[in-house]
Design a protein around this ligand. Structure first.
Ligand SMILES: Cc1cc2nc3c(=O)[nH]c(=O)nc-3n(C[C@H](O)[C@H](O)[C@H](O)COP(=O)(O)OP(=O)(O)OC[C@H]3O[C@@H](n4cnc5c(N)ncnc54)[C@H](O)[C@@H]3O)c2cc1C
Length: 399
């Protein structure tokens, strides 16, 4: 069993296969784990699964938390009345998650080869022969199946010629870590007060006339981080600009200035870059003996669902492959992986697009936030919406 990509999805697949008694080889292009901050946490079913697998046992500060409140786009969700409250989060920086998964995968028998890049493969109907580039020399490897967990720009997907239709965002997102010094005060867990007395929400988008500004203290996610270190993000109209893997502190400062309408004193600057949020799904998750999972199969335009959906692909695929390898199921049954997980990906695309629409700029998105936000605060959202149509002035329900 050959897995391309040692990100969270590839490593999760190696763990799940190991649990099912199947040894795998994980080919990972990068020599070291990337220190680039990516995800800050997991949300959803995968949290419960990781806890059940024992991944969190003995890990300081790692708890699966059932959340009483969460956000759908910008809409606050009150989950206390929902019993049992099934939505759990696990705050964990992605590099720590990857390190934990890699350790577990190796302990379960996976052969994780770092610095080994896949440059070609051929499925002859019985085996998949893979070309690998490594420092000590190129080599070929063959396995019964190949799974591409090699990220959004997946080589495996391109080599298969599988389409990746969807939409490209019209906003340029600038993101990174900066120090926000004294003069800007944290007024409460969720509110930051600027020197001019204005307040900004932490952890959720601040919609401002020229764009969106998001701020989150790193120390709330990573205990060892300095108190003045923040993850900062801005969204502005793309206007034909291309994303860049590195941007300057001055570019970030200027973007914040445009969005906020005033200066925010920032310094330092780590991992500053710009991105476009795409929403795309691979047309097929299986071609013969080759599979796609994680970002190779889907990317979303709103945060929070990528790791959950991708790692659940791995949870679904592993027992199917193990059953075929054990002779308990036919190769044809693997088509069910495509059927089940493509539908799960489609649903995630729809709900994340809805979240992106709720988080968008402009008068219509603002109206959507107000009307749906008010409806969700009522006992009977249908009646509330009907009241709006009746047209009698009505008072928006209180929070
Ligand atoms: C700034 C940022 C914040 C994010 N925040 C969140 C969040 O809070 N929650 C969330 O759920 N998601 C978040 N995401 C998305 C999340 O990081 C991705 O969904 C996740 O990394 C996907 O995991 P993956 O294993 O599918 O792919 P990746 O993590 O991209 O891993 C793919 C791996 O394949 C390797 N590879 C590629 N090509 C080859 C090759 N030819 N041969 C060998 N190896 C190869 C790469 O080196 C890489 O290690 C965030 C992303 C970013 C950029």
């Amino acid at each position: 069993m050959i897995i391309v990509g040692g990100g969270p999805v590839g490593l999760m697949l190696a763990c799940e296969l190991g649990d099912a008694g199947v040894a795998s080889i994980v080919l990972e292009r990068a020599v070291e784990h990337s220190a680039m901050p990516k995800g800050n946490g997991l949300v959803g079913e995968i949290v419960t699964i990781l806890r059940r697998r024992g991944l969190l046992r003995g890990q300081k500060g790692l708890h699966a938390i059932p959340v009483p409140r969460y956000f759908f786009g910008t809409l606050p969700l009150r989950l206390n009345p929902v019993r049992p409250n099934a939505l759990r989060v696990l705050p964990i920086p992605q590099h720590r998650l990857e390190a934990l998964l890699e350790k577990r995968a190796r302990a379960l028998g996976a052969d994780v080869r770092r610095g080994h890049a896949v440059s070609g493969f051929h499925d002859d109907g019985e085996r998949v022969v893979v070309d690998v580039r490594a420092d000590h020399g190129d080599y070929a490897l063959d396995g019964g199946f190949l799974v591409g967990c090699d990220g959004a720009h997946s080589f495996v997907r391109h080599h298969l010629g599988v389409g990746f239709p969807g939409t490209t965002g019209d906003q340029l997102v600038r993101i990174g870590r900066v120090a926000i010094p004294a003069g800007v005060r944290r007024r409460s867990r969720h509110v930051l007060e600027l020197a001019d007395g204005r307040t900004l929400f932490l952890f959720r988008p601040n919609h401002l006339p020229s764009g969106i500004l998001t701020l989150a203290p790193v120390s709330d996610l990573d205990r060892g981080a300095p108190a003045d270190l923040y993850i900062v993000g801005t969204h502005e109209p793309r206007d034909g600009q291309e994303p860049a893997e590195q941007i300057s502190l001055d570019e970030m400062r200027a973007s914040i200035q445009r969005v906020l309408g005033s200066d925010l004193p920032i310094s330092g600057g780590q991992w500053l870059r710009s991105m476009i949020a795409n929403s795309r799904q691979a047309e097929r998750y299986r071609v013969g003996r080759v599979f796609l999972a994680g970002d190779a199969a889907h990317v979303f335009s709103a945060g929070g669902s990528s790791l959950n959906t991708g790692m659940l692909d791995a949870v679904d695929l592993a027992p199917r492959l193990a059953a075929v390898l054990a002779g308990a199921a036919s190769v044809e049954t693997l088509e069910n992986y495509h059927t089940v997980r493509h539908e799960a990906g489609r649903q995630a695309i729809v709900q994340t697009r809805a979240q992106a629409a709720l988080s968008a700029q402009g008068a219509e998105a603002e109206a959507l936030r107000q009307v749906l936000g008010a409806a969700l605060r009522t006992r009977n959202p249908h009646r509330y919406l009907a009241t709006l149509l009746i047209g009698k002035p009505t008072r928006a329900p209180r929070r």
